[in-house]
Design a protein around this ligand. Structure first.
Ligand code: F6R
Length: 646
């Protein structure tokens, strides 16, 4: 997730762009940049036609970098684009920051989204002599545009792209696979700004003798409340006095602008009351993006549509031959992390043992580092960390490295210390997580762990080709199933409104569900401050059942049909002692109807994978209880988002 803004109008563009960009910092903040068409430029001058300034770090560093030039009037231009980045391809750096330009500096581009076929396009452009400067997927767009603009387009519907920037953008977008919102400027058209979107959001703000583009409404609210929400595959050309909208076929469309009457803070949250709720709702996309980055599909014979998934590839981040050798030699998996990421590791243990038949240890990083752990060079050590900066996790990583283990990192932050110090990195493409309580980072961490476990299982011959492909197809369905749960969230809200005053809550489950119970309980503790514990359901009678009485709520997670009966017996035991009961289950046969006060249905499938979906109702339950108890779900007391000290 990144933030883009663009301006065309009568004012100087740079201060407006910087001001608007700051409203989008919640979308990404590892680097930023601007590009403006230089008003002083002409064919005979030696000045840059498009002035580009970029900087690693928060927007304030970019401001500091350009301050002196701005005072001197050295960055003057009335048309420009700007970007705040959350890295997905290439570490955060000045070079990888957007905007990106073609080799001649004629065209500049900002991009939000992921170009899935960028490797293919890069090779195509390199074979035509194009030299790349950055490691980003976005740079291919700048070069592709310039290629079409100077050489003409091949094999796309807009033939006359030479010298026509609009036609070049229209032609280029037909070559791009993935998600994108693009802002494009061209030195030969100093009166306009072009934009197009697919999957990634983009809005157009309509002002008086000025117009704007932005990834989100808050960026323009200071200037205008009249906006167009650009629809899927639409393009637009903005001039200072009007905006032309076009459909996917480059035909003009006309519609009325939308009047925004929300305040700035609710607009930043995309209309959700809190970032936590927004991030819970972002999970279908985050899960889709994280899997899509590695899923190899067979193109179906008809129409070149994506076919069934056949493999997983980590070759963007990883040298395949070395990685495969490590998989073959692996004797044991050791997973280490803290908090929510540790809970993901517990699910990972079940996954590696089930799908790859490899012994797996999972450890809390703060314990591991002081335990003088037994490690071998054939141990594969997996660290899981959203921030990539957690002190205990880093210490565990360094210890494992010093003992010769190979390190795989699963992290959400490109360029983080964990990513730099590991042998291999798999990224969760969750985008920035603002709410302190982790939600979308957890489920995308699970997606990465499942992908790795299946990859190990397939490479080591534990999973047959048919079984591997079946499981990949199941993984592919997870994102839609997550959406289905979110579409039916009112049941959970109703349940929360009846139970938010309970004094003791227990989550129980078996196998994968027991692992996911840990995270479900953590969410409730952090956000509602209700006392909550998670137990393997079979452990209840070995102690915890002594706590159960009429003030207790027991929430069971049940996604494995062969264990329904056993779990139902556990629920009956607590119900007979006065507890209120709820089950989160994929069962549709009514197995829990008689013993549970409430049944939350989640979609069914391969239970070892679908179990991860059970955490979504639990996240929602925690969120609603938090709000009902008058807490701030985005900022739970005593907690920090990133724990960089011991
Ligand atoms: C809880 C939560 C924390 C983190 C933990 C590790 O919602 O977010 O438990 O999971 O502090 O943080 P990372 O993943 O950044 O290493």
């Amino acid at each position: 997730m990144c933030g883009i803004v663009g301006y065309v109008g009568e004012k100087e563009a740079t201060p407006v762009l910087i001001n608007s960009l700051k409203k989008l910092e919640y979308r990404g903040y590892d680097s930023s940049g601007i590009a403006v068409i230089n008003s002083a430029w002409n064919e005979d001058s030696s000045d840059e036609a498009i002035i580009v300034r970029k900087c690693k770090g928060a927007i304030k560093f970019l401001e500091e970098k350009i301050e002196a030039e701005l005072v001197k009037g050295a960055i003057n231009g009335k048309v420009g684009i700007a970007h705040t980045r959350w890295a997905t391809h290439g570490e955060p750096s000045d070079l990888n920051a957007h905007p990106h330009t073609d080799v001649s500096g004629t065209i500049a581009v900002v991009h939000n989204g992921i170009i899935e076929n960028y490797g293919e396009l890069k090779a195509w452009l390199q074979s035509r002599g194009v030299v790349f400067k950055s490691q980003t997927d976005t740079e291919v767009i700048a070069h592709l545009l310039n290629y079409f603009y100077t050489q003409g387009a091949e094999g796309v519907r807009s033939e006359n792209t030479r010298g026509d920037i609009f036609a070049s953008v229209h032609a280029a977008r037909q070559k791009l696979v993935g998600s994108y919102a693009l802002g494009v400027i061209c030195k030969d058209f100093p009166d306009r700004l072009i934009c197009v979107r697919k999957e990634s959001p983009l809005i157009i703000g309509l002002g008086q003798n000025e117009n704007f583009i932005a990834s989100d409404v808050p960026a323009v609210l200071e200037y205008t409340r009249e906006v167009y929400f650009l629809e899927q595959d639409e393009m637009a050309v903005l001039y200072n006095d009007h905006v032309d909208l076009f459909n996917a076929y480059a035909e003009k469309v006309v519609r009325q602008p939308f009047h925004v009457d929300w305040d700035i803070s609710s607009a930043e949250k995309g209309g959700y009351a809190h970032f936590m709720l927004k991030e819970i709702h972002e999970q279908p996309k985050a899960l889709h993006d994280t899997l899509k980055a590695h899923l190899v599909t067979e193109k179906s014979a008809s129409g070149g549509k994506e076919g069934k998934p056949v493999a997983l590839s980590f070759s963007d981040e990883i040298n395949d031959a070395d990685f495969k050798k490590m998989i073959q030699n692996a004797k044991r998996i050791v997973i280490t992390a803290c908090g929510t990421a540790y809970h993901a590791g517990v699910v990972g243990k079940y996954a590696f043992e089930k799908f790859a038949r490899l012994p797996t240890n999972v450890d809390v990083a703060s314990e591991f580092r002081y335990r003088d752990p037994i490690l071998d060079k054939d141990d594969v050590f997996i660290v899981v960390s959203q921030s990539g900066e957690t002190a205990d996790t880093l210490a565990a990583l360094r210890l494992a490295k010093s003992r010769g283990a190979k390190i795989i990192a699963i992290t959400n932050c490109v360029g983080s210390t964990v990513s730099r110090e590991s042998d291999y990195v798999i990224y969760t493409l969750a985008g920035p997580e603002i709410a302190v309580a982790s939600t979308k980072a957890y489920t995308t961490q699970l997606m990465c762990l499942y992908m790795l476990a299946l990859c190990f299982g397939s490479e080591r011959g534990v999973l047959s080709r048919a079984e591997f492909e079946r499981l990949l197809t199941e993984l592919e369905s997870i994102s839609d199933k997550a959406q289905n749960i979110l579409d039916n969230k009112t049941e959970i809200q109703k349940f929360a409104s009846k139970q938010f005053n309970k004094s003791k809550i227990f989550y129980i489950g078996r196998q994968f569900d027991s692992a996911n119970s840990l995270e479900s309980a953590m969410k409730l503790k952090e956000d509602s401050y209700m006392h909550c514990e998670a137990f393997a359901a079979g452990e209840l009678k070995h102690g915890p059942i002594a706590l159960v009485d009429k003030d207790t709520l027991v929430i069971a997670i049940a996604t494995e049909p062969s264990l329904y009966e056993k779990l139902a017996s556990n629920i009956i035991e607590v119900k007979s002692r006065g507890a209120a009961t709820m089950v989160i289950t994929s069962d549709t046969s009514g197995a829990f109807d008689s013993c549970c006060d409430s049944v939350i249905q989640i979609p069914s499938g391969e239970s070892a994978l679908e179990s991860m979906l059970s955490v979504i109702p639990a996240q929602l339950f925690a969120y609603y209880c938090s709000v009902l108890r008058g807490n701030d779900p985005d900022k739970p007391r005593n907690l920090a988002k990133s724990v960089t000290v011991e």
